[in-house]
Design a protein around this ligand. Structure first.
Ligand SMILES: [Fe+2]
Length: 272
């Protein structure tokens, strides 16, 4: 059974982690009625991930399995400096950010290009199919940030489907690079089993083979059968980064307890 490990420098761990008492099904999220079966973590408390690897430079640690593990680290100083010059973290409303971006299109594009160079040149991500997901601005104070574009409802714990690989091959999917460019911490929540391992465990409890189903169906079945399984969350301080296998691991973002806009830069790509 494949466990998802958090690979993180020891210096980043202080006061960083939350653990939930399982999951619960919700009918509304952020005040919006859910349009599909939706699960969220149930009651948080401080705790630690079950599987953690302490590594100063996670992306080149020999223990890091890019398609299965989640890496957390700090942006290099030159990118922090570039972000500060643009000034995203000083904006207090999403309108401020939109105005700033429109007024400084060249600076904004140059920053995205600097990040792209860093991903390819220093993190070793492949240039092939490296997708720039842009800099996004989100609302603060949300328990869960991802929404369904078709109806605006929030999706809660989920698994992404960009590459649509079969469940047993999901560790070959592109991974998400995401940096927090806002002025406040945000949370990344995840469960520490791969979707294939969830399918295997579900087959054990229900009988049959679940690995050929769509990940959404596996996730719903798994959370119905194992509602006491914990969700883990780590706090991303401003200028923290994660690289996560979002097509292989159940996850979601949160801006709980914040009052300033959520600003992220994201890329989807193949690790080397
Ligand atoms: Fe996602």
């Amino acid at each position: 059974m494949s466990s998802v490990r958090l690979v993180i420098p020891e210096s980043c761990c202080e006061g960083k982690f939350l653990v939930s008492h399982g999951v619960q099904r919700v009918d509304t999220l952020n005040g919006v009625v859910c349009s599909a079966t939706t699960f969220m973590p149930r009651r948080w408390e401080r705790g630690s991930p079950r599987h953690i690897v302490l590594a100063d430079i996670p992306h080149i640690s020999s223990e890091y399995r890019a398609g299965t593990d989640i890496a957390v680290f700090r942006l290099p100083q030159h990118l922090i400096q570039a972000c500060e010059e643009i000034g995203y973290s000083r904006m207090r409303t999403i309108q401020d950010l939109d105005v700033q971006r429109a007024a400084n299109t060249r600076g904004h594009k140059h920053l995205v290009a600097q990040f792209r160079s860093y991903l390819i040149g220093e993190l070793g991500m492949s240039n092939n199919d490296l997708l720039d997901l842009e800099i996004t601005f989100g609302e603060p104070g949300l328990a869960s940030v991802s929404s369904d574009e078709t109806d605006g409802s929030y999706v809660g714990l989920h698994i992404d489907d960009w590459d649509q690989l079969p469940v047993p091959n999901r560790d070959q999917s592109r991974v998400l690079f995401c940096a927090n460019l806002g002025s406040e911490p945000r949370y990344f929540m995840y469960m520490d089993l791969t979707i294939n391992a969830m399918a295997t465990r579900l087959s054990g409890s229900r009988g049959g083979n679940y690995a050929h189903l769509h990940p959404d169906a596996i996730l719903t079945g798994y959370l119905e059968d194992f509602p006491d399984e914990p969700v883990f969350a780590f706090k991303m301080e401003p200028h923290d980064v994660y690289i996560a296998p979002i097509q292989n691991v159940v996850h979601e973002g949160s801006t709980m307890q914040t009052s300033s806009p959520d600003v992220q830069i994201m890329f989807l790509g193949y690790p080397i």
